[in-house]
Design a protein around this ligand. Structure first.
Ligand code: MIG
Length: 646
């Protein structure tokens, strides 16, 4: 038990948990019982009676709204490109939530972190609206129970025990342009030229898998990206950072150093027979490094030096759930099964079975149960520690940076994550779609991520899958100018969405210009939040806990200590309803030069916000500084050239 500022953190232990190293503070185990919860060891469940008006916040990167009640969520890192409300898992496993009782609730307000590396389900009023139930696969977990005086205070206690969040360099707040993939140096140059011509600020260009030689990590395609280090310095001269992707799987290929060293050093996860487990991802057949092993982390982390030595100072780690297209073993089984169908007359049932055999190949739980890690000298089946994989891949790099590039500040974010990874990197929210509902989803996700320590975060702006439209891009950019990670990324085969390709480039120039003008405010609030275990994005009710109306507002956010935003996320809208929990000054920003201000009373308002107009609300006694817009973060002058006060 530890006492901190009047709150109390108690640690309870169920069974014999695998240590995840997500909590960095030593907290003595409590032998009492977990307040309010009923434990059923046979069913491997914990149950809480929920008050009628209780709300539950947290769980990080997940589907649905900010208040998580009314659905069930499974923590099991998933390569899931369909972020729909019927889903239960996305890429992260973030097992922290706050239970906020109604006014006359029986249980008090508390936060809880269920630290367990395998699958765990949070049924929050799904089976029974009045019950919350945590359903374990293995009944082994460290449970941290946090009493707190307020929602924000509970978050602060939790953040303190998991350690300080990663702080990204300031240039990482500049706009990043990405695409799967820019295929060669000329295509990258064209993108930057076009941004410059349109006078839209830009700080980085992302390199997706095609910069590599046949998708082999830490290699460069010498036909299309020849003279890579020279190219990196050419870009640096233009004040552009190149950010290559790194995938989890290592291609099996004689003569490829990473593969050969991995075999020699015994660095790969193993199948039942103790042989390196073989699966297929982009490079074809791969082995997966056993990131749970300390010396494997050291080895793989050191590999990033190949790129940092060439001047690279940003990375995104992908496919680290890990994503698996198929395993060698199950592919064989699948072919055998299909052989059996060959001369059959497929009826409707056998047809669907046939189809399912192939469709069920990727990311199958059966595969997760067929390979093993070595963790602190013990052999552990993958599914039991699945949620630690991407975390430890990213940690490998994070731990390496201080050895291999001690003078550099490095940007890094990952797709899969577990709490603990927030100390090494940020995350992006993966393969969303160019849908209005996904713009809203990204608004919903940020506070939950912040609660779990992931402050450097953001969605693929404009959407990854599907075809974007100009109005969606305008509205999405109008929101993303506030998120630490501000990256435009889209999938192969979708409509191109670099900002200069749209008709109204002036609007994008102004919006991204605003972003750059906001960076001094955003970055200092971000660093402050990281250093003080605070959230950068807060739902209204985290600031106004006694305001009943504020509790229902899930489409407005406080960003830092001075401002609130209210993004437009529906098509063909000329404005939106905004709830003000207190009197505020509204600024309707079109650019740093062109805006109107209006003081508004607390309460509900319908406010006009045309495409290209951003609504920002300044709190009483606070101010919003704006810097002079520039084309690169490196050229930012921190001295505010305008300050909007209320
Ligand atoms: O199987 O590298 O989420 O951002 O563009 C797809 C190609 C692999 C998934 C990532 C996405 C990236 C894509 N990757």
């Amino acid at each position: 038990m530890t006492l901190f500022g009047g709150s109390m953190i108690r640690k309870f232990v169920l069974g014999d948990p695998i240590e995840t190293e997500s909590v960095v503070e030593d907290i003595e185990r409590s032998n009492g019982t977990i307040p309010y919860w009923v434990i059923n060891e046979n069913e491997k469940t914990m149950t809480l009676a929920m008050d009628k008006d209780a709300r539950v916040y947290g769980l990080g990167e997940q589907v649905r709204g900010m208040n998580k009640r009314g659905w069930h969520y499974v923590s099991y890192c998933a390569d899931e490109p369909h972020h729909e409300e019927g889903k239960t898992s996305l890429y992260g496993a973030h097992n922290f939530f706050i239970y906020d009782p109604g006014c006359d609730g029986m249980a008090g307000r508390f936060g809880m972190y269920v630290d367990t590396p395998g699958a765990v389900e949070f049924d929050i009023g799904y089976e029974d609206h009045d019950e919350m139930r945590i359903i374990f696969k293995d009944f082994d977990a460290n449970i941290y129970f946090i009493d707190g005086t307020s929602l924000s205070d509970i978050v602060k206690q939790f953040r303190r025990i998991i350690g300080q969040s990663y702080i990204a360099p300031r240039w990482a707040f500049g706009l990043g342009q990405s695409r799967w993939s820019y295929m060669n140096v000329d295509e990258v140059r064209e993108v930057i030229d076009a941004y410059e011509k349109a006078k839209i600020p830009l700080d980085s260009v992302y390199l997706d898998i095609d910069y590599m030689e046949r998708y082999k990590d830490f290699t460069i395609n010498n036909d299309t990206f020849s003279g890579f280090d020279g190219f990196v310095s050419e870009m640096a001269q233009r004040k552009i950072h190149l950010i290559p992707i790194i995938d989890a799987g290592v291609k099996i290929e004689e003569g490829y150093d990473v593969y050969e060293e991995g075999i020699k050093g015994d660095h790969f996860v193993k199948d039942e027979d103790g042989k390196p487990f073989t699966a297929a991802v982009w490079p074809g057949r791969v082995h997966f490094p056993d990131f749970l092993k300390e010396d494997t982390r050291r080895w793989f982390g050191d590999k990033y030096k190949v790129l940092t030595d060439m001047g690279i100072d940003g990375f995104w780690n992908d496919m680290n759930e890990p994503a698996i297209f198929y395993s060698e073993k199950r592919l064989k089984e699948c072919f055998n099964k299909i052989d059996g169908y060959k001369n059959e007359n497929l009826d409707i049932n056998s047809f669907f079975e046939f189809q399912g055999t192939v469709n069920g190949l990727n990311n199958s739980l059966e595969d997760h149960k067929s390979f093993y890690h070595e963790f602190k000298g013990k052999k552990i089946r993958h599914d039991k520690v699945h949620n630690l994989y991407g975390y430890n891949m990213t940690r490998a790099a994070g731990e390496a940076f201080s050895r291999i590039a001690p003078d550099k500040e490095i940007l890094m974010f990952s797709r899969a994550s577990y709490i603990g990874m927030h100390r090494y990197a940020g995350i992006w929210t993966g393969d969303n779609m160019s849908w209005w509902s996904h713009l809203l989803l990204s608004i919903h996700q940020l506070p939950g991520l912040n609660m779990c320590g992931f402050l450097y975060a953001g969605p693929d702006t404009g959407g990854f899958g599907c075809d974007v439209t100009e109005d969606l891009m305008i509205r999405w950019v109008s929101f993303s100018i506030f998120t630490p990670l501000f990256r435009n990324h889209s999938a192969m085969g979708t409509r191109r969405q670099e900002l200069y390709r749209f008709k109204n480039t002036e609007v994008f120039k102004n919006l991204v210009g605003l972003r750059y003008a906001l960076i001094p405010y955003l970055y200092s609030e971000y660093v402050w939040a990281a250093k003080n275990d605070e959230m950068l994005f807060k739902p209204l009710c985290f600031e106004y806990e006694n305001d009943e109306r504020a509790k229902d507002v899930e489409d407005q956010l406080f960003v830092g200590r001075s401002i609130m935003i209210a993004p437009v996320y529906t098509q063909n809208a000329s404005g939106r309803y905004v709830y003000l929990p207190e009197d505020m000054k509204m600024i309707r920003l079109r650019s740093t030069e062109d805006y109107d201000e209006e003081c508004l009373d607390a309460g509900d308002h319908f406010l006009r916000a045309e495409e290209g107009e951003v609504l920002v609300f300044v709190r009483k006694g606070r101010e919003l500084p704006l810097a002079e817009p520039v084309l690169r973060t490196a050229d930012l002058n921190d001295k505010a050239f305008k300050t909007i006060k209320y």
